[in-house]
Design a protein around this ligand. Structure first.
Ligand code: EPU
Length: 420
């Protein structure tokens, strides 16, 4: 077990490169099960979630190789198991992504209950009804789920609620299904379009990805190929929030600013001055911040994953800000820690908080309840006067590569320590 020890209250300097998107890399890795061809994937972030998924893929018989930093290959030409490991699945909620490709190619999948997590209940009803619509039989008992289908059959499938992995899973399932599938009320995240574009380059027939209506014409097989993971828009925003929170003139490089339109609009509304290029953003002035009212929303709205980093930065803003969370039930757990550090945050209800600023934060012992709350704690610690210790940093390592070393290069006083 490790913790981060941070001495805050200093300005940071320089530039930082954004890594490949976790929520793109995981999907493309899962898609490797759709073919016996080789997937060569570049710009894969070196994060715990990627390591967990490759363990699960290997356990099924997929050949997963890390050739050098950020470069992996996957080949599912010898899958000998269609049962996801009951010890591995609880470590990675995204294991549900494997059901679609496994079911469509191998006709049967067994999966233990994936469980909830710190950010909310996270049911899988959308997946179950989606597979049933494509003709699968789904059984559930105490051990978990069994999905079976001799052949998935294309159909019109309307999602009752917008779901990112739901959309990706059904899109992958439909690639080898018989006939045409139409997905209605799909999620529009850029990672979904990136996955669809890649699958099309391998022979799939998907149109409309990135819009609410996606059409997939089933094909008999797809080939292997090469893919470069798109930049992580959530990591990019986390570093922007860090720059704003610490009033530092950082440059965020290797991002895709087109994917950050609404988050950048929110920063502008807060009074942050920036130079925005196609793949880089420089914060030029964040000295005077004003309060804003922000509600999380599916893409292209303000992402739920950016909510906690933004809240930390808002503790510096003058006046009363409001942040509403509409995607997950329990995404304000970290605000308890921020309050302990001196933030003036009130829970208006379970889904809405107010932040009155500016307040001065002081270092404390805190935890990282989930991945994005964890990076919010790092940002708060770097803003705060004095020493902060952050526990449970596996959560941060799940999605941010080598965060301590990368932030040290910006002048941060941050180190990783083992518990004695
Ligand atoms: N939902 C259901 N039933 C389902 C599936 C989802 O009710 O069967 C609900 C969820 O409980 C939630 C809403 O639908 O209230 C939206 O959830 P969604 O399915 O879109 O979330 P997800 O696909 O599981 C992905 C990201 C999350 C990100 C959300 C929302 C991946 C691997 N994860 O999760 O990323 O917050 O979309 O954008 O892509 C993170 O990176 O830290 C993270 C949590």
């Amino acid at each position: 077990m490790e913790k981060l020890v941070i001495n805050g209250g200093k300005k940071l300097h320089g530039s930082i490169n954004v890594k490949g998107a976790k929520n793109c890399a995981l999907k493309v890795m899962a898609a490797s099960l759709l073919t016996d061809g080789v997937f060569n994937i570049k710009n894969v972030p070196e994060i715990e979630d990627v390591f967990r998924l490759q363990e699960i893929l290997k356990d099924l018989g997929c050949k997963a190789k890390r050739h050098k930093k950020g470069e992996w290959s996957f080949q599912a030409d010898n899958i000998h198991k269609i049962e996801l490991d009951k010890n591995l699945v609880p470590k990675l909620r995204s294991s549900v992504l494997l059901i679609g490709p496994l079911l469509t190619r191998f006709k049967k999948v067994k999966m233990p209950h994936p469980g909830g997590c710190a950010i909310g209940k996270r049911p899988i009803d959308i997946f179950i009804s989606g597979f049933k619509t494509l003709g699968a039989k789904v059984k559930c008992d105490e051990q978990g789920y069994i999905f079976e289908a001799k052949q998935l059959i294309g159909a019109k499938l309307a999602f009752p609620k917008i779901s990112v992995t739901g959309t990706e899973t059904m899109m992958m399932a439909a690639v080898l299904a018989k006939g045409k599938t139409t997905l209605i009320n799909s999620a529009c995240e850029p990672e979904i379009k990136a996955l669809a574009d890649f699958l099309n380059s391998l022979g799939a027939k998907i149109s409309g990805a990135g819009t609410p209506t996606i059409e997939i014409n089933g094909v008999e097989k797809i080939s292997g190929g090469s893919f470069t993971v798109i930049p992580d828009r959530i990591e990019a925003f986390s570093f922007l929030a860090l720059a704003v929170a610490t009033n530092s003139h950082l440059e965020i490089k290797k991002c895709n600013t087109e994917h950050l339109t609404i988050p950048l609009l929110v920063l502008k509304e807060m009074g942050v001055k920036m130079k925005i290029g196609n793949d880089n953003i420089k914060i030029t002035d964040a000295s005077c911040l004003t309060a804003v009212n922000v509600t999380t929303h599916e893409y292209p709205g303000f992402p739920t994953d950016c909510q906690s980093p933004l809240t930390v930065a808002l503790t510096r803003a003058k006046g009363e800000s409001y942040v509403s969370e509409t995607i997950f039930e329990d995404r304000f757990l970290y605000t308890d820690f921020l309050r302990r550090m001196g933030a003036d945050i009130q829970m208006i209800n379970q889904q809405k908080i107010s932040i009155t600023g500016p307040s001065v934060l002081t270092g404390k012992k805190v935890e990282s309840p989930d991945l994005r709350a964890g990076i919010a704690m790092v940002i708060a610690a770097l803003m705060a006067n004095g020493k902060t210790e952050i526990d449970n940093i596996y959560q941060i390592d799940r999605g941010y590569e080598n965060i301590d070393a990368r932030l040290r290069r910006l002048g941060a006083d941050i180190k990783r320590e083992k518990y004695i």
